[in-house]
Design a protein around this ligand. Sequence first.
Ligand code: SAM
Length: 285
Amino acid sequence: MAANDVIHPNIASRDATMRILKAFGLHASKRLGQNFLIDKGIVAGIVRAANVSDGDRVLEIGPGIGTLTQGLLEAGAYVTAVELDKKLPTVLSETLKGYERFTLVPGDILKVDIPALMGEGSFKVVANLPYYITTPILMTLLERRLPITDMVTMVQKEVADRMGARPGSKDYGSLSVAVQYYTEVETVLAVPPRSFLPAPEVDSAVVACRVRETPAVTVQDEKLFFRVVRAAFGQRRKTLSNALKGGGFPQEAVAEAFAKTGLDPKRRGETLSLAEFASLADALA
Ligand code: SAM
């Protein structure tokens, strides 16, 4: 049977996904984090959460066989999709045949030159992320200060909890601070394993990050701010004062910074708000 004959117009179903994989002799690669969406409602929910409308420019990470991509294209977006799996361009040229607003970029999202790909103007990031590199992808996109307005991603539920965690909770850590520093974050959908093929072992969630025009707090030196945050969470069991010393900050400077800010050196890093981290970093600057 020619591959062409087995393409279902709507990719987001178990049946269509199985037929496409079979037609191209493919098996989902665990190593590449391939769990294909098979739930139309979830695809629609992601597109809605990203407020995608006609003419929007979207960067998609890992289009797979084109399931979410099709939803984005149907909403009228121009989609540039970066896919690492060398077997998928052939599949995508069939499954997304006729969609003129689709551009495929073979490569690794952590290595491609995103500004060169996306050109001038702002864009949205929409993706069902490969879970093995969720954090590096999110951090790369945020830290590069690209002109992204919204970042709507499917992640493991546990990562979604960390992204939105508040000070004092067990999930609060460097990722929470970084995501909340750059964006307003909200979990918009809970997604069960049965929405994917193959079903992952974990629950998932769709998280919408609306990128702030200016970061949530003002700091003198952003690099130093994140160094302080990393040091504080690097040794969670230690008091903040000891964690900072362990993170390479000189004892005297640490003592002075606590005196200046009035923060209790015995507190643990996981209880500090973004504003408190900012004042501590500024005092250490
Ligand atoms: N978007 C599709 C969907 O929703 O069904 C597939 C999502 S699947 C969870 C993740 C996709 O990311 C796979 O297609 C995988 O090959 C791709 N991928 C994995 N690592 C990648 C990387 N470093 N750069 C770009 N794509 C990657």
